[in-house]
Write a protein that binds this ligand. Sequence first.
Ligand code: ASN
Ligand code: ZN
Ligand code: CA
Length: 332
Amino acid sequence: YQGIENGVGNTQYSGKVTVGSSGSAPNFSLTDPTRGNHKTYDLKHGSSGTGTLYTDADDTWGDGTPQNTQTAGADAAFGAQVTWDYYKNVHGRSGIKGDGVGAYSRVHYGNSYVNAFWDDGCFCMTYGDGSGNSAPLTSIDVAGHEMSHGVTAATADLTYSGESGGLNEATSDIFGTAVEFYANNSSDPGDYLIGEKIDINGDGTPLRYMDKPSKDGASADYWSSNVGNKDVHYSSGVANHFFYLLSEGSGPKDIGGVHYDSPTSDNLPVPGIGRANAEKVWFKALSQYMSANTNYAAARTATLKAAADLFGEGSASYNTVANTWAAVNVGS
Ligand code: ASN
Ligand code: ZN
Ligand code: CA
């Protein structure tokens, strides 16, 4: 997917893509008419207000480098576009709230700000420029992660602390990854790593690993009774690992040139049901069966209900969902 719109985006992370834009020469703007009029704004290193809507004379946005002030706008617009298309075309959800309304994105927040965040209050996305203002946090998986916080808020509304907070974070990693695979973009192919394009650690390693979350030095691979005491970005590891295992199965595996490990807590193998099915299970569980205080035990129940709806209670896929929770030490 490089897109089919008229605007051309020369992005930093996704190569040359097309982006939804409005207007006519010489007055184009980064307003996407087919995705709820999602708009992309330049904060120009400020940290408040909406910013300045991106406009351009020839509908070509950025040059692929962080020095060009349009480049981060092109990446953010593309990330919002792919996220919209993913939820619409895979889950039948039109927009973050499912009401056809587009959000908006702001880039160039502050100076060398190494984060990105969704804000449910403004219903908007914000991206920092990263270290040295040269590594904006605008990769596809980060865009999908952050905007999925909006989807979680509009559905289960998982409380952002304890085990429910870990499930909230994992939901964003799961759908950020799903969006990245959906994009099928040759410059940023899908993987089970989070933030592999933005060099947040300065040594080329990703922010998080779904196959074996402890590779980051802090995340949990398996449930334990104190996992809810960890930061939500580390207790998420249990569900990220569950999602990897449910998608791909356990054990060493190379996918798209990336090596994955994925051990299980009981050393019993699990087969996986394929990523597309795992995404359906998680989305249905999130949107129908999880609620604010869902913990890991309740997430197991929610995904089993979703699997019963999708595949039938007692089906092979249903049983794999149960066995995969056991593989991350949740349930029996
Ligand atoms: N990037 C962080 C996250 O999505 C920012 C935050 O909202 N805590 O978890
Ligand atoms: Zn998050
Ligand atoms: Ca990724």
